[in-house]
Design a protein around this ligand. Structure first.
Ligand SMILES: [Ca+2]
Ligand SMILES: [Ca+2]
Length: 167
């Protein structure tokens, strides 16, 4: 039985290495990404990503940013595209304290604000994070009710439990 135990172990290792993303997602590193040209508010985007078993994308490194830029350049069409694309960051809870909404991790390690951002202009302010294809994908704080395209991300890691914000 020892040999079959090793075999099972190897299958698990191989299975983990070749884990695939669900249909419609693209794989990069340990995540799967889905770009949607639907135009929705930030909270609607959060819910839709949850339905897809993920969350609004979090960008935690220059490398991840570069992947998303390349992916979006290839996925991008002129059909129904918006000026910004929702990401999973917000300062809805405490003004000027930006966090990744699902993990609650403060956005401090990797930051990529566009010049002059976050500026929280107009009423009711701008508490949700998007990035701007027409500005080299630099970041902006945006009115959470604005209707934008969005990117979902879900982990490929073993034991990953998709976040649920649907209650
Ligand atoms: Ca991420
Ligand atoms: Ca802004």
């Amino acid at each position: 039985m020892h040999v079959s135990g090793v075999a099972v172990f190897l299958v698990l290792i191989i299975g983990q290495g070749t884990a695939d993303c669900p249909d419609g997602f693209v794989k990069h590193d340990t995540s799967c990404y889905l770009f949607s040209i639907l135009r929705v508010s930030w909270i609607q985007a959060m819910k839709l990503c949850s339905v897809y078993g993920g969350e609004l994308a979090t960008i935690e490194s220059r490398e991840e940013e570069a992947f998303l830029e390349t992916y979006l350049h290839h996925t991008w069409t002129t059909y129904n595209q918006t000026d910004g694309i929702w990401l999973g960051g917000t300062d809805l809870l405490v003004e000027n304290e930006w966090i990744w909404a699902v993990s609650k991790e403060p956005i401090t390690e990797y930051i990529r604000w566009a010049p002059g951002e976050p500026n929280s202009i107009n009423n009711p302010g701008e508490d949700c994070l998007d990035f701007l294809p027409h500005k080299n994908f630099l970041w902006n704080d945006e009115n959470c009710g604005k209707l934008l395209n969005f990117v979902c991300e879900r982990s490929l890691l073993e034991g990953y439990v998709p976040p649920s914000i649907l209650g």
